[in-house]
Design a protein around this ligand. Structure first.
Ligand code: SAM
Length: 236
């Protein structure tokens, strides 16, 4: 297959400017690689940090009960999954799945190791020092915090590569969470990704999107608000 940036954009739904397309063209030739999961890190924005979108994570906490299953789509290197896991530490038998199109980001997420420099992030993480020592290890250096999460399986956490253009990872999640992902996509890409996310939610479950993401105008979806956080409930 003649793999070129146009295929890449079609296969990821991403919106790129001319400069990025030129860069991608060179990299694809250099790497002679056609697997979208292997090259996605060259062109996607991986920005993520612990306790980002705190009011939405509080909403996740409010909606979670024993055995809740949550899919974090486009989780990058996993900080939002780990933040939720800390906030839900008292909830038993939960399942937290993080997925992303980039293999590199998912490998980093699975490693569970982070260096945190931002003061506000360090402060927020230190509040969870009490959480099971076998799971969260914090090592305070002068200006940074080494964070290591382990026993992921025991804590119900898993990660996998997945492209939102290929449909849902699976169906039947109580909560599907996807923030700061669709905003980087074309109109066509957003539409496809949104369908995948909607299909991942079980009847009675909820979908949490980014603030600028499209609204859902369908009879079986209802817009709701918890404090500052908007969410969509799938009625049937
Ligand atoms: C800015 S990060 C957001 C990370 C996290 N959700 C957060 O809010 O902190 C956007 C992520 O979306 C992922 N992404 C972009 N297109 C995707 C696609 N088609 N399928 C799955 N993930 C995608 C990127 O690889 C990147 O890791």
């Amino acid at each position: 297959m003649n793999y070129n940036p146009k295929n890449f954009l079609e296969n990821t739904g991403l919106k790129l400017d001319h400069k990025s397309i030129g860069f991608l063209q060179k990299e694809i030739q250099l790497l002679s690689c056609s697997d979208v999961h292997e090259i996605a890190h060259l062109i996607t924005n991986p920005e993520s940090y612990f306790f980002r979108s705190f009011s939405h994570l509080e909403l996740v906490k409010k909606m979670s009960t024993k055995k809740t299953s949550i899919w974090f789509a486009g989780c990058s290197t996993g900080q939002e999954v780990y933040s939720a896991a800390l906030m839900l530490s008292s909830i038993r038998d939960k399942k937290l799945l993080g997925t992303d199109i980039s293999r590199k980001y998912i490998e980093k997420a699975i490693s569970g190791s982070f260096f945190v420099f931002k003061k506000s992030e360090i402060k927020a993480l230190e509040k969870y020092k009490h959480v099971s020592q076998s799971y969260l290890h914090l090592n305070n250096n002068k200006k940074s915090l080494d964070v290591k999460f382990s026993s992921l399986k025991k804590e119900g956490i898993s990660f996998d590569i997945h492209n939102l253009m290929d449909g849902p990872y699976s169906s039947g999640f109580d909560i599907v969470y996807c923030r700061n992902v669709l905003l980087h996509m074309t109109i066509k890409g957003k539409k496809k990704a949104l369908n995948s996310l909607k299909d991942g939610v079980k009847a009675g479950g909820i979908l949490i999107l980014g603030d600028t993401d499209p609204h859902i105008f369908e009879d079986n979806w209802e817009r709701n608000k918890y404090k500052n956080a908007i969410f969509w409930k799938k009625k049937w």
